[in-house]
Design a protein around this ligand. Structure first.
Ligand code: NDP
Length: 827
């Protein structure tokens, strides 16, 4: 095309970026080795793999194929480096991270070109989005390294972290993983995706340039079945951080269950892009281009479901088709190209398969009239209309440039349609009415909501999913908690006081003396109605009457209901005497309790002031019966009365703490580099199942329930199995404290049987379990079904009386998830 023709047609001329420096860089180094302990080493297997350029389908570079022996070496290097790096002052770590950010900027063009060659994404995106965000991530986290000691007191690094990243944003995902890990003092073994290893290898070179201590970052290229699985199963890895498909995420949840490894998962999505009829439709069209054709639609948070208010749907679809005709597809290194290549032939075939299925299922497919390049892996932007919400293309993550559109009439219908997915990664809302947009945003089940914008990211604003889009956040302060743990967890536990289990209870005369001295007075106490004691009636008949039997039922939906099984279980004191019975809960009771907890979901919208008032009221009602609750603890556990009173008082204090936190554990407003704000809202998780610890039957119960309901969750609680009466005694306290029915539901019975039902239940969003190591493993395994969040103790004792271990931020974090709502402003 000559200048005269361009002038005539107003078409784009070619604007190619030269690949020469990047190709020379590859040529000088290949075949690439593995980066272990600060050195380039050959893979133990001697095997190498080709990395393919997706825009040509031809090999680009040869990289090492690591095996489990290399994983062992890399983990050993990371462990040894952790001994020093984990204790390195934050300021020193911050200096290294600042240097990394600077070096990324110095090599930004090489990195951008390498990324486009290896992944197929347009240079405009790698140059203007991926690489600047990578640098920003290291700058931002250099700040957290500097501030860790003052801003995260009481936390320490986790240790050696295994990180597994996908191919869609290779260097950006590396930055999202490595930056917070190093900032918090961890060391890393990272596996890049098989298709896109090159920028990670350049990053390894940068580690050498900045003289990062050997072993702090190790990079192993290779295949999932070799490197990925070995890393996940390695006993000396303390945490796994993963981004990728939900199916693999589910496998990793199962593979790490019971191992004690921390886990964060950023998984798939099918994000809604909601357009109300008052939206600026021309802006919407550009938004859709960004939402689904950015990175060829290979974006976990791609706005792949277009939901349009009915009266503007036709107009918007017409505008969209006109815009699609103008999109430019082709050589990723051409700066005027909008859409590059799909990452691999396998991914291309998968997109083709799902599109064919959409047509078969009756949806109407539309593609622009122009043809794609024939060399390489290209797929045109595609729009489906006449899509039914239940069809495959409306539900499954296609991970390609394919948009499905549906219509709605009312905001309520838009929310219902938007939430009609197993995922919950992101959503985008378009309306000129900010009241409407900010009313809809909190109702969407998604970790990120963009108002009148889409696909914006910043290191300051945490990113991560609800539901089957995974758990954990990357970015923001909330993302740091994925890479730390409370110091007390690893400190010697000299002060931990754990009540023995009934089976372990070896009844010594001295213990009987200590524990049962109060037991005697307890038997004499008229308040204690549960004991089968008799008393002289004062009714004038002169009869000796038995005490009125009081067998607690289940507490479901604010009412006391009989157990479905019709069975009861005996409750014993430490000497083996029966002191009462509770209902034997079963699957049906749990299902009813979960249903009640869901029906009470309005609790999340009750004002924080009201939630605080109710918690204070529960504390008030508990304190009126302090003596009775203390005696109950003595009776069940054989502990001293003094000790029991301390437990009740601690429970009252804990209720006060969470009443205090209810209106203070608030979100923040981020100021990312844009004209606008990001509202980081701490939201309730939903229905939380919880199995209470055996020890401290009242305090354990209160310590779990109070933070959960303070943050707006509803709960299904399995009280201490051997000492459930402290929890069942709370029924009346709860009934008289204005707590709406269904917010707290209590099912007594066998802890592990009931926990299994809760962990399996698809309508339970999180499961907290404080019990045996085997029970923890089972809960984590079962949680993979709907990818619910879990919080388990791996049978490690916790001193519930100690406010550092028994209450505070750790509990509040477990009870909330952060939603970031992006609100740009300006005309
Ligand atoms: P995967 O989830 O398979 O891969 C992501 C990363 O995990 C890669 O590094 C991969 O290694 C590794 N991996 C795969 N299996 C295991 C395992 N069993 N143990 C440890 N590591 C493992 O994604 P795919 O690349 O196969 O893409 C398939 C689909 O996943 C896409 O079509 C898309 O729907 C979704 N996806 C979602 C992403 C997101 O950001 N949420 C990103 C990428 C894909 P290797 O590359 O060697 O296979």
């Amino acid at each position: 095309m000559n200048v005269a023709e361009i002038f005539e047609t107003m078409d784009y001329g070619p604007a190619p970026e030269s690949p020469t420096p990047a190709l020379a860089w590859i040529k000088e180094r290949q075949p690439f080795g593995l980066f272990i302990n600060g050195q380039w080493v050959k893979p133990a297997s001697g095997q190498y793999l080709d990395s393919i350029n997706p825009s040509t389908g031809k090999p680009l570079a040869q990289v090492a194929s690591a095996s489990s022996a290399d994983v062992d070496a890399a983990v050993a290097a990371a462990r040894s480096a952790f001994e020093t790096w984990g204790k390195t002052p934050g300021h020193v770590r911050a200096r290294y991270m600042y240097a990394i950010a600077r070096h990324i900027q110095k090599h930004s063009r090489l990195l951008a070109v390498l990324e486009s060659l290896d992944n197929g994404k347009p240079i405009r995106e790698t140059r203007d989005i991926d690489i600047p965000l990578v640098a920003r991530h290291f700058y931002y986290h250099a700040g957290w390294a500097q501030l860790m000691a003052s801003e995260l007191p009481g936390y320490e690094p986790v240790g050696v972290v295994g990180q597994i990243i996908p191919w869609n944003f290779p260097l950006l995902m590396l930055a999202w993983k490595i930056a917070p890990a190093l900032a918090m003092g961890n060391t890393v073994v990272l596996k890049p995706a098989r298709y896109t290893p090159l920028t990670a290898l350049k990053f390894a070179e940068i580690m050498q340039e900045v003289d990062l201590p050997p072993g702090v970052v190790n990079i192993l290229t290779g295949e999932a079945s070799q490197v990925g699985e070995a890393l996940v199963r390695h006993p000396d890895v303390n945490k796994i951080a993963f981004t990728g498909s939900t199916d693999v995420g589910r496998n990793l949840r199962r593979a790490t269950a019971g191992s004690g490894k921390k886990l964060s998962l950023e998984l798939g999505g099918k994000s809604p892009f909601i357009v109300f009829d008052d939206a600026d439709l021309d802006s919407v069209v550009e938004g859709v281009v960004d939402a689904i054709w950015f990175n060829q639609g290979q974006v976990c948070c791609a706005g792949s479901r277009l939901l349009v208010q009915e009266d503007v749907a036709e107009r918007l679809i017409d505008k969209l088709r006109a815009r699609m005709e103008k999109l430019r597809i082709g050589d990723p290194l051409d700066k005027a190209v909008d859409i590059g290549a799909i990452v691999s032939s396998a991914q291309l075939k998968e997109i083709q398969r799902l599109v064919a299925q959409g047509v078969d299922e009756g949806a109407v497919m539309w593609q622009p009239s122009w043809a794609c390049p024939t060399e390489g892996y290209f797929f045109p932007p595609t729009l489906f209309t006449n899509v039914s919400p239940a069809t495959t293309i409306a539900q499954v993550e296609i991970f390609g440039p394919v948009l499905v559109s549906m219509t709605f009439r009312t905001p309520a219908e838009a929310v219902a349609l938007a939430n009609n997915t197993r995922y919950g990664l992101a959503a985008s809302v378009w309306s000129e009415n900010i009241n409407l947009a900010l009313d809809v945003a909190p109702k969407l089940k998604a970790g990120t909501v963009w108002v009148n914008c889409t696909n914006l990211f910043d290191a300051s604003s945490g990113f991560g999913g609800y539901r089957e889009s995974g758990f954990g956040r990357e970015g923001g302060k909330e993302g740091l908690y994925e890479y730390v743990r409370p110091v007390w967890e690893t400190a010697p536990r000299a002060t931990a006081r754990v009540a023995p289990t009934i089976h372990e209870w070896d009844v010594q005369p001295s213990m009987v003396g200590a524990g049962l001295a109060q037991e005697t007075s307890l038997h004499e106490d008229e308040d204690t109605r549960d004991h089968a004691k008799t008393f002289e009636s004062s009714n004038g008949y002169g009869l000796v009457l038995p005490a009125i039997d009081r067998t607690p039922k289940m507490f479901i939906n604010g009412k006391q209901v009989r157990p479905d099984s019709g069975y009861s279980r005996d409750v014993y004191d430490p000497t083996g005497h029966v002191i009462g019975q509770v209902g034997e809960g079963n699957r049906k009771d749990i299902r009813n309790a979960v249903e009640a907890a869901h029906a009470a979901s309005g609790w999340a919208s009750v004002t924080t002031h009201s939630r605080a008032q109710i918690l204070y009221y529960i504390a008030e009602n508990l304190s009126v019966r302090e003596g009775e609750f203390a005696r109950r603890i003595v009776q069940q556990t054989g502990r001293s009365q003094e000790d029991a009173i301390a437990e009740v008082q601690a429970a009252i204090s804990r209720l006060f703490s969470y009443a205090a936190w209810a209106d203070k554990f608030e979100g923040v407003v981020h100021r990312p580099p844009l004209r606008g704000v990001v509202l980081a809202m701490k939201e309730a998780i939903g229905v939380i199942g919880m199995a209470c610890p055996e020890e401290y039957p009242l305090l354990g119960f209160v310590s779990l329930v109070a933070p959960a309901i303070a943050m707006g969750n509803t709960v299904v609680v399995i009280p201490s199995q051997q000492s459930p009466l402290s929890a069942t005694d709370c029924y009346q306290v709860l009934e008289t404290s204005d707590l709406p029915g269904g917010v707290v539901n209590i099912v007594t019975g066998d802890r592990d049987t009931l926990s299994q039902v809760l962990a399996d239940h698809d309508d339970v969003e999180a499961m907290w379990y404080f019990g045996s190591a085997e029970g923890c493993k089972r809960v984590e395994l079962a949680s993979a079904g709907n990818m619910k969040r879990t919080w388990v103790n791996y049978s490690h004792p916790r001193n519930w009386l100690d406010p550092v271990q028994g209450e505070g931020e750790e509990f509040l974090h477990e009870a909330t998830q952060v939603k970031n709502i992006w609100v740009p402003y300006g005309e």
